[in-house]
Ligand binder design. Structure first.
Ligand SMILES: Nc1ncnc2c1ncn2[C@@H]1O[C@H](COP(=O)(O)OP(=O)(O)OP(=O)(O)O)[C@@H](O)[C@H]1O
Ligand SMILES: [Mg+2]
Length: 229
């Protein structure tokens, strides 16, 4: 059984067809890159897979659970239990330290465990920064806190929407190395990126255009096309 299956998923906002007829299967342990021009529906698709939004039509099955008819409350529970989210804009709570940000995620899932949260920060190389506020951390460090937060509840799927979009080259490299490590460990990753070099790290790359999957060719061909467009 695949980890994630989307059948004929569409998302309509008024007169805007943000997604149309998306069919997509993601296997456990796969790293999928999602590319496409601005406004093509990448974030919309991530929000639907990440249980932050409900599709207008179509079916989504994650780990055997069909999202189609679940209520908004149950979607929140699914997100907490199964999904780890990493955003371009970090979305850390500004008045809480790095370790407290992780403990909030633990609290919403089950119960806070400071030792475990500290270990998670150590894993992303931020042991010494655990008591710092987000404003006292560099962009790359904040993104690594976000990755630690995304992993803290052992999600079966990691969704990352342009995780290196706000980072300089050095920090982007560090963050990507961490994603490569997660992939080697068997995590399933879906990552939105505008950067063909980032997409090259993934096993597979799909391109959205006007809310549809435009291409399913070999990732190298797709990435090259993206580069010239
Ligand atoms: N809440 C909303 N209400 C109305 N329209 C929306 C909403 N969210 C997204 N859209 C529209 O849906 C389309 C897809 O948006 P989306 O954010 O998914 O694009 P994207 O591929 O992530 O773009 P970018 O690369 O700029 O982040 C756009 O035309 C956008 O204006
Ligand atoms: Mg987007």
């Amino acid at each position: 059984m695949s980890l994630l299956e989307l059948h004929d998923v569409s998302m309509i906002y008024g007169s805007v067809k943000a997604l149309q007829g998306i069919d997509l299967t993601v296997e456990k342990g796969e790293w999928l890159a999602l590319m496409g021009p601005s406004g093509s529906g990448k974030t919309t698709l991530m929000n639907i897979i990440g249980c932050m939004d409900k599709a207008s039509t179509g079916s989504i099955v994650l780990d055997g659970v069909d999202f189609t008819d679940v209520t908004a409350g149950n979607l929140t529970m699914l997100r907490r239990d199964k999904i780890g989210l990493v955003f371009q804009q970090f979305h850390l709570i500004p008045y809480l330290t790095a370790v407290e940000n992780l403990m909030v995620a633990q609290y919403y899932h089950s119960m806070p465990d400071e030792q475990e949260a500290l270990l998670a920060l150590e894993r992303v190389g931020l042991k010494e920064r655990a008591r710092h506020l987000p404003s006292q951390l560099s962009g790359g460090e904040q993104q690594r806190v976000c990755i630690a937060r995304a992993l803290i509840n052992y999600p079966m799927l990691i969704l990352a929407d342009e995780p290196t979009g706000n980072l300089d080259e050095t920090n982007a490299k560090l963050v990507l190395e961490f994603f490569q490590q997660l992939h080697r460990e068997g995590h399933t990753i879906i990552m939105v990126t505008h950067d063909p070099k980032v997409a090259e790290l993934a096993e597979r790359c799909i391109v959205l255009e006007h809310g549809r999957i435009a291409n399913r060719k070999d990732r190298r061909i797709v990435c090259r096309e993206e580069e010239v467009s």
